[in-house]
Design a binder for this molecule. Structure first.
Ligand code: AMP
Length: 129
């Protein structure tokens, strides 16, 4: 069965898109640790990050770096943190999280945004790419 992220790639499930290339997609996490929390994924559905072939892995890192630089310009924060977990969605993804406190990196504090705020922050990050 297709992962929820593959359904996002195909357009079956909507997302707040930040960036897209032929092979990768970045969109806002729907349950963000902090405003601007973004997920970067390969379009190829592979569960574990370190099971990606070397070229896809490096490509995802290069793509994630570009998105992280844009997030740092778009969202007031001390720095952008990068985390890989994958216990919830079995489709490799990189979490890019604007950090102001250690709690922002711990998946404990969650921020609630309305649709307009999601749309606005996605557009602001995209404009910095
Ligand atoms: P994990 O697999 O533990 O790295 O966590 C998966 C992440 O995907 C969580 O932070 C979820 O909030 C996020 N997530 C799950 N479904 C969606 C969705 N439809 N759109 C955006 N983010 C999602």
């Amino acid at each position: 069965m297709a992962s929820i992220f593959t359904k996002i790639i195909s357009g079956e499930i909507p997302c707040y898109k930040v960036a897209e290339t032929e092979d990768y997609l970045a969109f806002l996490d729907i349950n963000p640790n902090a405003k601007g929390h973004t997920l970067c994924i390969p379009k190829k559905e592979i569960d574990k990050l370190f099971d990606l072939d070397e070229s896809s892995y490096h490509g995802l890192m290069e793509f994630s770096r570009k998105v992280a630089v844009a997030i740092e310009k778009a969202v007031p924060c001390k720095r952008v943190g990068m985390t890989v977990i994958g216990l919830e969605v079995p489709h490799a993804h990189v979490h890019l999280i604007p950090l102001n406190t250690m709690e922002d990196a711990q998946f404990i504090n969650k921020t609630t945004l309305d649709k307009d705020e999601f749309q606005s922050i996605a557009a602001t990050i995209a404009s910095q790419l």
